[in-house]
Write a protein that binds this ligand. Structure first.
Ligand code: ACM
Length: 767
C-alpha cells in the first residue's frame, strides 16, 4: 500500500505548503511538507487500521486521538481489520524510518501514516489532526499532502513545579497530554521543594505526613513585612497515582523525569527529619519563596536517607534520567558545620563547592550503579562536574556551553527564553508573576545550540525544556495561561529544522491551532494583535496599517487617541490608511474572541519621517572598520560610559568583542560611520546582554539599556544614501554576555549582520 500511494502522488503538482496562498497548517512545522492537491473528502465513519510490530502500544493513544477527532469533526471513527479499505492506515516497522519519525501521505480519500515505531506513528497522528477539517456543508476533509518528518532534538521537554503549588493528577495528565500533542516527549516533574514534599516514600512516612503540608502561604509578594494567608496548604501523590501518571505518559510517548532536590531546596524534608541538617533544627516547611540557608548535611545518615528515597523513586520511574536538582544550595550551613568541615578534610576537598561536587558525585555513583543517569541544574558544574552528569543549563547558556565543551550532555533551559513563569506582556494587564519578560516571540526565537559550540560539541545539546515554576500559579487555569501558547512555540523550536523558523508563518499556523485549545477548554493566553510589535516610520505622510488576528473569527478593536480599546471601540476589518501629516499617531488594539477571551492591548506609534541627510556624502577621508573604546566597569547603564575614563582604544572591523575584555564588568563604545548604499527605511536589531544603545546621527534608533539577559530590540531609521554617524554603546555586568547587531535593508525579508564593508572610521591623519 505504501508503494501504491507513493505512485499515485508522484506525478501530481507539488506545492510547498508554505509558499502557496494556503498557509501551512501544521505546528510544529514538519521537515518537509508538500501540498499535492486541493484536498479530499472522507466518508463517515472514518475507518482506521493499524498494522506492524508495536501497534498495540499505540492503542491507548489512538483511542484518545479518535475521541478528540470525533468530537471535533462531529463524525465517528472506527477501527477496521480491513486495512485495504481503511481510510487511514497506520503502518509501523517501516524500514528506513527512524524512531519518532514518520511519513504521511494523504491523497484520493486515503491517508497513510508510515512509521518505524509507535512514537513516530503517534507524531504522524498529531500532524494528521491538523490536516482534517469540517467544511461549510459539514463534510470532513483532509488536505492532500506528502509529509516527511523527524525531530531536530531527542529531548523536548516541559517541566512543572508541583511543590510551590500542588496540582491534581487529572491536571498533570492533561498537561502531559497537551505537550505530547505538540510532539514533546519529556515531562520533568519537580516533586520536592522547601515548601512541600510531594511524593510518597514508604521508608520515610514523615516526608509526606509532615513535609507535604505548610502552615500557610505568603500572600502575593509580601516578604517584608511578611504577610501569610493563614491557611494550611498540603498535597502529595501516592505511589499508585505516580504509577498511573507514568503509565499515562508512556502511552503518549512521554518519559517522566522526577526531580528530587538536593542538597538545597530541601526544607520540607528537613522539617520532617531535622537530623538530616547540619544544625539539627527544628524546621518548618517553607511558607515563603526563595532560597533557604538550611540544606542537607553531607553526613552518612543523609546519604543513606537519599539512597533509600532514590531506590523507591527508581521503582516508580523507569526514566533513564533522574534529576537531583543541585541548584541554589547556599554553603553557610556547611561552612559552620564541624561535620561538613570534617568531610572536606577527610576527602581532601578544597572548599564547600568541592564538597557539593563530592555530594553530587556520590549520588551519581549510586544512580549509575542502578543503571540510571543523573541530571542536575548547572550549579553542579561548580567544584567539578560528576563524571557522567547531564547539565540542565538555566542561568543562561554559559553552563551548558561549559558542560558540552567538557564532553557532557546538556539540556538548555535558560531563563532568557525558557522560564514560563516570566511575564508574557505588560504586568499591568497580566496576572502576578515572578518577574522577567518572556513574550511568545522570544520563546520562538530560542536557539538551543549556541554559536560558541563546535559541531562536535553541539552534539551534546540533547534539546531544551521550558520550566514552569509555580510560586505565583495557584490553579491549573493559571498554569495553562503561562504555558500556552508559549509551549507550542517551544515545540517548534525543538522539533522543526532551524532553517524553517519563521515567526509570521508560525503566528498564522498558531492562529489555526488555538481554536483546538478552546475546544479542549485550555486557558491559554490569547496572543497580542500583530502588526504593532514596534513603532514604525513611514516615508509617506499616509501609511497603511495592517493588523493581524491572533485567532480566526476574533474581533479586533482599536483606538487612535491613546485610550484603551474596549469591546465597543471601532472594529478593524481590513488594512486602513493612516494620515501622519499632523504628527505621530499611536494605535492601540485588542482582540476579543466569541469565547470571551481578550488579548492585552498592543500598541505602536507611527511617525512620518524624512530621509536623514548623511553626515558625509563620500567616504574618501575614511578607513574601513570602527573605532572601539574600552571602559572598566562596573556599570549598570550605558549612560555611565560618557563620564568614565577610557581604558583603551583600538579599531575593529565590525561590532563585536576583541576577546581581551575583562570576564565580568566592562563597557564598549563603537564609533564611526555607516555607509548607506541607497535611501530608505532600515531596521536595526540590537541584541545584548547586558545593556546597549544604537544612535545614528543624533537619533537613538534602538535603546536597549539596563541590566538584562540576552534579548533583542528593533528600531527603524530613515536614511538617505551616504555616510551616517554611527555610535553604539554597550556594557557587560556579570553573568551572560553578548552583543549582536543585525540590519534589515529596505525590501529585504530578513535581517543580516551589518556587513563589515559598511562600517568606517575617521581616517584623517591615519593613512
Ligand atoms: C532554578 O530555577 N533554580 C533551577
Amino acid at each position: 500500500m505504501l508503494v501504491a500511494l507513493l505512485a499515485t502522488t508522484a506525478c501530481r503538482r507539488n506545492v510547498p505548503l508554505n509558499s502557496s496562498t494556503t498557509e501551512p497548517e501544521v505546528v510544529p512545522h514538519p521537515v518537509s511538507a508538500v501540498r499535492t492537491g486541493t484536498g479530499f473528502e472522507l466518508r463517515s465513519p472514518i475507518t482506521l487500521s493499524t498494522e506492524g510490530p508495536g501497534d498495540e502500544s499505540l492503542r491507548a493513544a489512538l483511542a484518545d486521538w479518535m475521541g478528540e477527532q470525533s468530537r471535533h469533526l462531529g463524525a465517528p471513527f472506527a477501527f477496521t481489520a480491513d486495512d485495504v479499505n481503511a481510510q487511514i492506515s497506520i503502518v509501523l516497522g517501516v524500514a528506513g524510518v527512524e524512531a519518532e519519525s514518520y511519513r504521511l501521505e494523504a491523497a484520493d480519500g486515503r491517508i497513510l501514516v508510515a512509521a518505524g515505531d509507535a512514537s513516530g506513528a503517534f507524531y504522524g497522528l498529531q500532524t494528521l489532526r491538523q490536516l482534517l477539517s469540517v467544511d461549510g456543508e459539514g463534510r470532513i476533509r483532509s488536505a492532500a499532502v506528502r509529509i516527511e518528518d523527524s525531530p531536530r532534538f531527542g529531548y523536548r521537554g516541559m517541566h512543572l513545579d508541583v511543590a510551590r503549588h500542588f496540582f491534581p493528577v487529572e491536571f498533570v495528565k492533561r498537561y502531559i497530554d497537551l505537550l505530547a500533542s505538540y510532539k514533546m516527549n519529556r515531562f520533568h516533574w519537580h516533586l520536592t521543594e522547601d515548601q512541600g514534599w510531594r511524593i510518597q516514600i514508604d521508608a520515610y512516612p514523615r516526608l509526606t505526613s509532615v513535609g507535604s503540608c505548610r502552615a500557610e502561604t505568603i500572600v502575593e509578594r509580601n516578604f517584608d513585612p511578611y504577610i501569610g494567608d493563614g491557611t494550611p496548604y498540603c498535597g502529595y501523590y501516592t505511589k499508585d497515582e505516580i504509577r498511573d501518571v507514568v503509565a499515562y505518559a508512556a502511552d503518549r510517548f512521554v518519559t517522566v523525569i522526577p526531580e528530587i532536590e538536593m542538597p538545597g531546596h530541601s526544607l520540607a524534608a528537613l522539617a520532617a527529619y531535622p537530623a538530616l541538617s547540619c544544625g539539627g533544627g527544628p524546621f518548618e516547611v517553607g511558607t515563603r519563596w526563595g532560597v533557604f540557608e538550611d540544606i542537607y548535611c553531607p553526613s552518612e545518615e543523609t546519604f543513606a536517607f537519599l539512597e533509600t528515597v532514590l531506590e523507591e523513586v527508581l521503582e516508580l520511574f523507569p526514566s533513564e534520567y533522574i534529576h537531583i536538582g543541585g541548584d541554589e544550595a547556599p554553603k553557610r550551613a556547611w561552612e559552620e558545620s564541624p561535620l561538613a568541615q570534617e568531610v572536606i578534610r577527610r576527602e581532601g576537598l578544597a572548599d564547600e563547592h568541592e564538597l557539593q561536587s563530592y555530594f553530587i558525585q556520590r549520588i551519581e555513583a549510586f544512580l549509575n550503579g542502578h543503571g540510571r543517569k543523573l541530571i542536575g541544574w548547572d550549579e553542579i558544574l561548580e567544584g567539578g562536574l560528576a563524571p557522567d552528569a547531564t547539565v540542565m543549563s538555566w542561568r543562561g547558556t554559559a553552563g551548558g556551553i561549559a558542560a558540552a565543551q567538557q564532553g557532557h550532555d546538556v539540556i538548555m533551559t535558560p531563563t532568557s527564553h525558557m522560564y514560563f513563569d516570566y511575564y508574557q506582556g505588560d504586568p499591568e494587564y497580566e496576572p502576578l508573576a515572578i518577574g522577567g519578560f518572556l513574550p511568545l516571540q522570544r520563546v520562538y526565537e530560542f536557539e538551543p545550540v549556541p554559536d560558541a559550540l563546535s559541531a562536535a560539541e553541539a552534539v551534546h545539546v540533547l534539546g531544551g525544556q521550558a520550566n514552569v515554576w509555580t510560586e505565583y500559579m495557584k490553579t491549573p487555569d493559571h498554569v495553562e495561561y503561562m504555558a500556552y501558547p508559549r509551549a507550542i512555540a517551544l515545540a517548534e523550536v525543538l522539533w522543526s529544522p532551524s532553517s524553517l523558523r519563521d515567526w509570521d508563518s508560525f503566528a498564522q499556523r498558531l492562529a489555526r491551532e488555538l481554536p483546538r485549545l478552546d475546544r479542549l477548554g485550555v486557558n491559554y493566553r490569547l496572543p497580542d494583535v500583530s502588526g504593532l510589535e514596534r513603532d514604525r516610520l513611514s516615508l509617506e505622510a499616509v501609511t497603511v496599517v495592517r493588523l493581524g488576528m491572533p485567532l480566526p473569527g476574533a474581533r479586533i478593536t482599536y483606538t487612535l487617541d491613546g485610550t484603551e480599546p474596549g469591546r465597543t471601540s471601532p472594529g478593524y476589518a481590513r488594512p486602513f490608511a493612516l494620515d501622519l501629516s499632523n504628527g505621530p499617531v499611536t494605535i492601540r488594539a485588542r482582540a476579543f474572541t466569541s469565547s470571551g477571551r481578550a488579548s492585552a492591548p498592543a500598541q505602536a506609534t507611527f511617525r512620518h519621517a524624512e530621509l536623514r541627510t548623511p553626515d558625509l556624502d563620500s567616504g574618501d577621508a575614511l578607513l574601513s572598520g570602527l573605532s572601539r573604546t574600552y571602559y572598566e566597569g562596573p556599570f549598570d547603564s550605558v549612560d555611565q560610559l560618557e563620564d568614565a575614563p577610557a581604558a583603551g582604544r583600538s579599531t575593529i572591523p565590525t561590532v563585536g568583542f576583541s576577546g581581551a575584555e575583562a570576564p565580568e564588568h566592562f563597557g564598549l563604545v563603537f564609533e564611526g560611520y555607516i555607509r548607506i548604499p541607497e535611501g530608505g527605511l532600515y531596521e536595526f536589531e540590537l541584541g545584548s546582554d547586558d545593556g546597549s544603545r544604537l544612535t545614528v546621527g543624533a537619533e537613538i534608533v534602538v535603546d536597549h539599556d539596563g541590566l538584562h539577559g540576552m534579548s533583542t530590540l528593533t528600531g527603524q531609521a530613515a536614511l538617505a544614501e551616504g555616510f551616517h554617524r554611527f555610535h553604539l554603546e554597550y556594557f557587560q555586568s556579570g553573568g551572560g554576555i553578548g552583543l549582536e547587531l543585525r540590519m534589515r535593508q529596505p525590501g529585504a525579508s530578513k535581517a543580516m549582520d551589518v556587513p563589515a564593508g559598511w562600517l568606517y572610521r575617521d581616517g584623517a591623519g591615519q593613512r
